[in-house]
Design a protein. Structure first.
Length: 255
């Protein structure tokens, strides 16, 4: 079932509820839960920025357009994101209506009432390059093909914000120890125990400046500035620093 309310696109199937809403310019926020209600926490996101989306509903599903980003929601709950050129830049990986029973938004119950969460996205371009996610003790600037622990350690700063050479950014807005896997076939984010899946998608179009990212982890606030000169160089020269590079990791794009 697909519903609309004010500036909100709602999808309900069995006991899952999905909310899709604009979140500032050229950005959308997607939340999903199997609990009775959504929590009020915004976590790493700033207070709700003003934005007015265009929402259309058809027999095939619904479409939410916010500036340069367009999100399509099918009747079976699959989410696909397009840029202003009508190019697919992000698509959920779901095969729940076949023998594989693979869900793009997997809620696996665990004792105590929470869920082991997994969000899966298709790898649309074999040459896609992924940057960001904080600072890790590794030589890879391009994170495609890596498996990252989402946790802070003495020599590791985890910022769950990735940017793609396809021109979009994605924030995994679930503050807990987890895992991000940027596979050649599927990109996945894992959360070991929660009741809410929350992520934001932004399409800036170009990657040419730094972004100020505010991360909130429990009672701690950290303001992180990341320069994207190395990322910009890698994107403008795919044959150069696209696979290996210095230990500079970027937090995200802006435009």
């Amino acid at each position: 079932m697909i519903l609309t309310r004010d500036n909100l696109l709602i999808y309900r199937y069995r006991n899952e509820t999905v909310h899709v809403e604009p979140w500032g310019a050229n950005a959308v926020r997607v939340r999903a839960t199997k609990n009775p209600a959504f929590p009020e926490n915004d976590w790493a996101l700033a207070s709700r920025p003003s934005a007015q989306a265009e929402i259309t509903v058809s027999p095939e599903g619904a479409v939410l357009t916010n500036g340069k980003i367009r999100l399509s929601l099918s009747n079976n709950g699959k989410i696909t994101v397009y840029n202003q050129k009508d190019e697919r830049i992000l698509e959920e990986d779901t095969r729940k209506f076949c023998a594989l029973k693979i869900e793009a938004r997997e809620f696996r119950p665990i004792p105590g009432g929470d869920y082991h969460l997994t969000a899966r996205f298709q790898s649309l371009d074999p040459n896609e390059r992924v940057y960001g996610m904080g600072q890790y003790q590794q030589p890879y600037l391009n994170l495609k093909g890596t498996d990252l622990e989402l946790a802070h350690r003495n020599s590791q700063a985890s910022v769950p914000f990735m940017i793609s050479s396809l021109g979009y950014g994605l924030l995994w807005n679930n503050p807990a120890v987890g895992r991000a896997v940027f596979g050649k076939n599927v990109t996945s984010f894992l959360h070991p125990g929660a009741g809410l899946l929350d992520c934001g998608r932004r399409y800036p179009g170009r990657i040419d400046r730094g972004l100020r990212v505010r991360c909130r982890h429990r009672a701690h606030d950290a303001r992180i500035w990341a320069g994207l000169l190395a990322v910009q160089a890698a994107l403008s020269n795919p044959g150069g620093a696209s696979a290996r590079g210095p230990g500079i990791q970027a937090a995200g794009p802006s435009h």
